[in-house]
Ligand binder design. Structure first.
Ligand SMILES: NC(=O)c1ccc[n+]([C@@H]2O[C@H](COP(=O)([O-])OP(=O)(O)OC[C@H]3O[C@@H](n4cnc5c(N)ncnc54)[C@H](O)[C@@H]3O)[C@@H](O)[C@H]2O)c1
Length: 368
């Protein structure tokens, strides 16, 4: 994890990115500034171009100044990337590839995606309250290897038809470090770890399973279970509250964590931290939601909760992180909901991004 900066300001590099990224990041920065002022945490915050918007302006999705600022910061706070105008390009040629470059630059190999049901969110979930009331799961996703980075990755013509190739590669050390981190995180929670793979089909998963079995004896206090990814997808819906920590590969972790967002009610509520290198990255799990961009309609919760994770993981400011999380719960308890958390028939009751953020800021000012 990131070392605690002690005698100097907390350096945060802000990359708003594309679509709703800049607006939800603005909300998160407002909250971050407010809690830091309240708790006398010195902040040194700089904003830099990133993603498709940067590509349009500068011809570079990840300009050198942004790279330098990101690698010199204690933490990076990111909005989202992705612009449909570039969707005709192959994935690795789109400006949003900058996100994979950023994760690589920061050596952020572990993605932590916590999903916790708060009382105020219960009515937004599409699930029965008795099934989701106690949901509190942490998905630990490997972030720098697997199907998203494996080579070869290509398209070619064979016997007159197009063939597309992606490659899943896992090296022993890549599995070892993520599994060990997941065990350590489980030790600090409810001491339950579920390793998710597809070892009945995939070689990478067979290696994964062997390494988990090898490391498990180092953590005798953690109750270990295994699930194939398909069975895990089902169990997350039927009894989500029984999970504590889930560890999985890049692809499976991506999909399963989005599923936890759906169980909570919206992608707009799930924060994440990507750790491993000296600088950690904090970002909402959601994408750039282009259809909502610039309308003050996006849910800023995921970005605001990512700022709380930033304070917790960078600098160990647990009190400030808890204060943000409590302020978000308070805003929800007041009945404030962006449209994504309301059924269609009640969307006219939706509040704006600004109104939700203001309610969080107001809650932060109240005495604890
Ligand atoms: N980490 C990232 O930056 C990231 C992650 C996923 C997708 N993307 C990119 O984002 C673009 C859009 O992708 P997508 O539509 O598949 O995913 P998305 O997460 O942007 O949107 C999926 C759905 O969730 C809604 N949504 C997402 N965040 C929301 C929020 N904060 N408030 C309210 N509603 C929200 C959207 O309106 C949409 O209906 C694509 O270019 C994609 O590649 C980026």
């Amino acid at each position: 994890m990131t070392p605690t900066p002690s005698n100097r300001p907390l350096r945060v590099c802000v990359l708003g990115g594309d679509g709703i990224g800049p607006e939800v990041t603005r909300a998160a920065v407002q909250v971050l500034r407010a809690v830091c002022e309240r708790d006398r945490i010195e902040l040194d915050l700089g904003e830099y171009p990133f993603g498709s918007s940067s590509f349009r302006e500068t011809g570079d999705a990840f300009p050198e100044a942004s790279r330098q600022a990101a690698s010199e910061a204690d933490a990076v706070l990111l909005g989202a990337v992705g612009d449909p105008a570039f969707d005709h390009l192959p994935p690795m040629e789109r400006p949003q590839r900058a996100l994979l470059d950023l994760r690589q630059l920061l050596d952020a190999w572990a993605n932590l995606r916590p999903a916790r049901m708060s009382a105020g969110l219960l009515d937004a979930s599409p699930m029965k309250p008795e099934i989701v009331r106690d949901l509190d799961v942490l998905v630990v996703r490997e972030l720098l290897s697997g199907l998203y980075f494996g080579r070869p990755r290509e398209r070619r013509v064979e016997n007159g038809e197009e063939v597309a190739i992606d490659t899943m590669v896992y090296r022993e050390h890549e599995i070892e470090r993520i599994v060990r981190l997941a065990f350590e995180l489980a030790q600090k929670r409810k001491k339950k770890l579920c390793s998710v793979d597809k070892s009945n089909v995939l070689e990478c998963s067979r290696l994964w399973e062997q390494i988990v079995a090898r490391i498990a004896p180092e953590f005798p206090d953690v109750e270990l279970s295994h699930l194939y990814v398909d069975a895990c997808a089902t169990a997350l819906v039927t009894h989500p509250a029984e999970f504590d920590v889930i560890v999985s590969s890049n692809l499976f972790g991506d999909v399963l964590s989005d599923q936890t967002a759906g169980i909570l009610g919206s992608l707009g509520v799930l924060p994440s931290a990507s750790v491993g290198g000296p600088t950690s990255l904090f970002e909402p799990v959601h994408g750039s939601a282009p259809s909502l961009a610039g309308q003050d309609k996006a849910n800023p919760m995921a970005a605001i909760l990512s700022a709380a994770m930033l304070l917790r993981h960078t600098g160990g400011h647990e009190g400030a992180a808890l204060a943000i999380e409590a302020a978000v719960d308070q805003a929800l308890a007041l009945g404030l909901r962006t449209a994504d958390l309301l059924p269609k028939a009640r969307r006219h009751e939706a509040c704006t991004t600004t109104a939700f953020t203001d309610a969080v800021l107001a809650a932060l000012q109240q005495p604890a």
